[in-house]
Design a protein. Structure first.
Length: 57
């Protein structure tokens, strides 16, 4: 008989992925501050980020 030890709950896992995705989006949007070529990229526009955050929530 094997017993399973649950390391993290579903709430903790979902919180981890929400923070991880938010970190990646913040890092990508911050690239425009350091490299001007990323400034006019449509994936970093306010509409695209707004849609992404709406989907996540």
């Amino acid at each position: 008989m094997t017993t399973w030890i649950r390391r993290y709950s579903a709430r903790e896992r979902s919180n981890h992925w929400l923070v991880a995705i938010s970190f990646v989006l913040a890092a990508l949007s911050g690239l425009a501050l350091f490299h001007p070529a990323f400034f006019f990229s449509p994936i970093y526009s306010a509409e695209a980020l707004g849609i992404a955050f709406s989907i996540l929530l």
